[in-house]
Design a protein around this ligand. Sequence first.
Ligand SMILES: [Zn+2]
Length: 684
Amino acid sequence: MHANPLLQASTLPYQLPPFDRVYDQHYREAFAEGMAAQLREVKAITALETGATFENTIVALERSGQILDRVGAVFFNLIASNTNEAMQQYESELAPQLAAHEDAILLDSRLFAQVSALYEQRLALGLEPEAIQLLERYHTQFVRAGARLNDDEKARLKAINGQISSLTTRFRQNVLKATSDGAVAVDSVEELAGLTEEQIGAAAGAAAARGLVGKWLITLQNTTTQPLLAQLSNRALRERLFRASTARGGAGNTNNTQIVQQLVVLRAQRAALLGYRNHATYQLEDESAGSPAAVERILTDLVPAALARAREDARDLQQLVEAHAREEGFAPFRLAAWDWPFYAERLRRARFDFDRAEVAPYFELSRVLRDGVFYAAHELYGLTFKERPELPVYHPDVRVFEVFDLDGTPLALFLADYFARDSKQGGAWMNNFVRQARLLGLKPVVANNLNVPKPQSGQPALLTFEEVTTLFHEFGHALHGMLSNVRYPLLQGTNVPRDFVEFPSQFNEMWARDPKVLGNFARHHRTGEPMPQALLSKVLAAQTFDQGYATTEYLAAALIDQAWHELGADEAAQIADPARFEAKVLESHGIDPALVPPRYHTGYFAHVFSGGYSAGYYAYIWSEVLARDAGEWFIAHGGLRRANGANLRSKVLSRGRSLDPQAMFIDFYGGPPKVAPLVAYRGL
Ligand SMILES: [Zn+2]
């Protein structure tokens, strides 16, 4: 018998989890013990005979739940990075237990009474500013969870939460089924003209897997605009594919219309119960945007520039349609939404004239990491990196680096997990294995995940420029975690609002394009020769291509999200036809969905109806405004310089949520955010 390694603090450097000794069977015991231990800790806090103090209540809460934090960090990171069936089965059992555990703490009226009493006298307690912020965060969390409600209202709230949770699950299942059922079957291979042999083979395989003998199947991706639209030269098939995509969730046995209406009504009722005008007001109060008006303002400000660029591009694409028609002898047609990606791709090739194979040899993964990502962090923040291959990892592809501060002090561990594998979910993300907190003597252990195809053994991993940008993006999140220097765990690095958390990451992307950084890493993996200037210029110029479309489809979806969640319960109950509601929202902003459709229509907008982004889809662009403003500030102050990095570090990157995020930004930038730098960066 071996002891469960998740029950004790790790003895490895930086408390790195002992991945070589953690097995699936340890999770259940560690979660059970973790929840029980935290409830005992909370009970001890509310059983105090003496009066509540900051130390015996708030700090005690901060010290509670360490086993749960430890097992949660390992389990939830690995279920994304290196999952298996046993973990997934256990996860669906675990989720409601964790939700109930959280309710048990946040709706504990004795605990809330103690927190509340301290909150009321917070300025008279002689606390330092970070401690006051912590106390305010605790109070906010309790209040937003419903701690101020009476018992009847709490019961009503729990019932609403239960209904919302089952409706969001049904919405998600409908989207999954509609997306699968919406796949487009094709009878003849000629119709697939434009696809590669591998893609045609995959389509034949997809058809065979569903018993469609002698056919080809095009499966749907999440977004309205389907990636294969850029390649398919058969216009009728493009239209079928597009219509299959937009029809999802609108009819038949996967119709989400009523679910959406009920969800919007329930969210509005919950907001009213908690004392808010509508769900958007409730959600945005705790974000840096603060209010629906602020979100409306930023989205509305960006629409004209995006639309102008999209209209200009539409004219160029219409000309391409006409030239194409003359060339091939077909009757010209008016550019439709299903034609846009196809003609945009032709325009891209005509304008920039380079392909992936030409560029890739200059973007070798290890070199980009060392001479690009780490180099920029050294120039800006003075960080140095030393690989620690002797430390245990959860998969042989993971590399561990120890990170040292500018004076040589050990700062953090950074885990780089860049290759795709079957056990890893798609996309790219950063996660925390150990969150920085001086109170607990914890230094950060953070990881970056990407899904770069793994090269054959002995071959270099060559990246696209988009993957290079993603590498910098995720490392921006990692820096936010590693440079965190706060006392309290709740206020740690990346524990900031949704609309702020992408600021450091999107900001860090700019160094991928910086001439000095780019010159340092864009070198041929065999010869070490720098990338020819002409090619470099084309790669950089291509970054702003088709941003009118990309920005407009994003803004359209964000506006739809806001509009739904600014409704009161009674208003929401009146809306019978989501398509008409959407159309009115878009029309009021001058967006023509026939040309640029929203990235998601309501029927399959999973981010907001089954993900965590209700009234929050705007967050990506809100963060990006901050990122581009910061970029402009750096350029105005001499760019890649240690003094500039030190300023951003001291005012933002080290602060976590120890200050109000908006105030932190203004302190750094010297004023409120402006959209102009983002407009320029996107080439609008
Ligand atoms: Zn990100």
